[in-house]
Design a protein around this ligand. Structure first.
Ligand SMILES: [Zn+2]
Length: 165
């Protein structure tokens, strides 16, 4: 698994649901979790490692520690309340921007044992879920910026990449 960096075209593609019970999924989730810790992210979606399936891992480094392994996650409810969320993305290294997110969401998903689960998330976890689920639809957090702000963010990112060589 290699990290896909913007503007890799895979990052703007929509992923299909995976088959519930697919025996390859638990190993994919385990490897994605290892990468998440190695790359020190809060979340990692399958297309970021070149896999076009609706699979995500999240660990917001909260106490108590909780690693979410999400299969075919779906947001089923969004709060009216909107919050400002300062975000970064492993696929857009170093860049950070503030966008708007729903303050809380309800999400349905299957866990690594293909058991159906539902969680109510608020604050940072809610924003993180929205960020990662967007990846499954080919949406990056900078896509939530106005056209002008997105263009500025991309030229800033280009400079960051050039400076890295
Ligand atoms: Zn991301």
């Amino acid at each position: 698994m290699k990290l896909r960096i913007y503007p890799d075209p895979i990052l703007s593609k929509s992923c299909a649901e995976v088959r519930i019970g697919d025996s390859k999924i638990p190993a994919i989730l385990d490897e994605m979790a290892q990468k998440l810790y190695k790359w020190e992210g809060a979340g990692l979606a399958a297309p970021q490692v070149g896999i076009m399936g609706r699979v995500v891992v999240i660990d917001i480094r909260d106490e108590p520690k909780k690693l979410y392994k999400l299969v075919n996650p779906k947001i089923t409810w969004k709060s009216d309340e909107i919050v400002e969320s300062n975000e970064g993305c492993l696929s857009l290294p170093i860049l950070r921007k503030t966008i708007k997110r729903y303050e809380s969401v309800v999400m349905e998903y299957f866990d690594e044992n293909f058991e159906k689960k539902e969680i109510y998330a608020t604050g940072f976890l809610s924003c993180c879920l929205q960020h990662e689920l967007d990846h499954l639809d080919g949406i990056l957090y900078i896509d939530h910026l106005s056209r002008l702000k997105k263009a500025r963010a991309l030229s800033e990112f280009k400079k960051i990449q050039e400076a890295k060589g």
